[in-house]
Design a protein around this ligand. Structure first.
Ligand SMILES: Nc1ncnc2c1ncn2[C@@H]1O[C@H](COP(=O)(O)OP(=O)(O)O)[C@@H](O)[C@H]1O
Ligand SMILES: O=P(O)(O)OC[C@H]1O[C@](O)(COP(=O)(O)O)[C@@H](O)[C@@H]1O
Length: 310
């Protein structure tokens, strides 16, 4: 069972229009709403790929209810902690003329100390040894910057592996707790080490430094280029399939969900990233925050190229 924790879920509202102009009146051609937030997308991917998952996190108000209803109708187990206030709505603007995407994410409701205690209690009650836990997404207001670090220490102390997908200060503060796997994108990795990374060699050496600090697997995602994976087994460079982009929202979450599922099923890291790369490419082919479709993922597998660099 893979448990996901989304401290800051979102209703993703995707609007499509032609020629988006800042500072002007824009008229929308098409709108859709999806249950989103990083851990929630990870659970959606795991369920689509026939894995067993349960989504935890904070939800509030009618948007929180929308997310729970969507997961329930997709047959995805969940056990959310209810909070005061309204779960956020994140706006994704797709310009059909240029295919450019603009994301406008809300901060989310404020979380109290008792909410944090309730969530932690629920999480620790839900895990059993050998589960994998995915902690993913930004921290809403009221959550201490080292909250992920605290959870990682407690979970790993109970024999549970933790996959972490977050950014900024909460990622920095979590590294000491040594999560099992992290998946920064290029921008997140550059911010983490406070330095631009101009080529593959520099990305590899930054990822190796994190590996030397005790993180077993570092997956650096590079958008349409693919990814770099550093672990004890060496360095892999993965080239993503060429596809037609509908919306890249959820690509990173799909990579995290599929790799976590395949590793938990005992697949090698190479097999896991191979499958996850096909899955995330297929997510990019879907509009809004819809995730991959299993049968389409399988058709893309032959288009993923993996180079063993070390
Ligand atoms: N345009 C694309 N074509 C094919 N695959 C893509 C594309 N964009 C993203 N992906 C896949 O999704 C993964 C995650 O995307 P990325 O944009 O790096 O993550 P994030 O959403 O976290 O920023 C990439 O490593 C790649 O495998
Ligand atoms: O918690 P954050 O960092 O604000 O991100 C939340 C947003 O990221 C998403 O989970 C998508 O993430 P990815 O595109 O990185 O996979 C959206 O569903 C959500 O609106």
């Amino acid at each position: 069972m893979i448990i996901t924790v989304t401290l800051n879920p979102a209703v993703d509202k995707t609007v499509e229009l032609f020629d988006f102009k800042v500072g002007a009146l824009n008229r929308i051609k098409h709108v859709r709403k999806d249950a989103g937030g990083k851990g929630i997308n990870v659970s959606k991917v795991i369920a689509e790929l026939d894995g067993s998952t349960k989504a935890l996190g904070f939800v509030g108000g009618s948007s929180g209810q929308f997310i729970k209803d969507r997961l329930t109708s997709a047959g995805i187990n969940h056990s959310f902690t209810e909070v005061e206030g309204e779960t956020r709505t994140n706006l994704k603007i797709i310009d059909l003329a240029t295919t450019e995407e603009t994301e406008v994410n809300e901060p989310g409701p404020s979380i109290s100390k008792s909410d944090l205690i309730n969530l932690e209690e629920n999480l620790l009650n839900n895990i059993i040894r050998d589960n994998l836990v995915v902690l993913a997404g930004s921290l809403p207001r009221g959550v201490p910057e080292d909250f992920y670090a605290q959870l990682i220490a407690k979970l790993q102390g109970k024999g549970v592996k933790v996959v972490l997908d977050t950014s900024g200060i909460s990622l920095m503060k979590s590294l000491e707790a040594k999560p099992y796997l992290i998946k920064p994108n290029l921008d997140e990795l550059e911010k983490l080490i406070n330095k631009p990374l101009k080529d593959t060699d520099e990305v590899i050496s930054a990822a190796k430094k994190l590996h030397q600090q005790g993180i077993e697997i570092i997956v650096v995602s590079l958008g349409g280029e693919g990814s770099i994976v550093v672990s004890d087994a060496g360095v892999l460079k993965i080239k993503a399939p060429k596809i037609e982009v509908a919306s890249s929202v959820g690509a990173g979450d799909t990579l995290v969900g599929a790799i976590s599922l395949k590793l938990s099923q005992g697949k090698s890291l190479k097999e896991a990233i191979h499958y996850a790369t096909a899955a995330s490419a297929n997510t990019v082919m879907q509009s809004g925050t819809q995730i991959c479709k299993k049968d389409e993922v399988e058709e893309l597998l032959t288009q993923v190229e993996i180079e063993i660099l070390e």
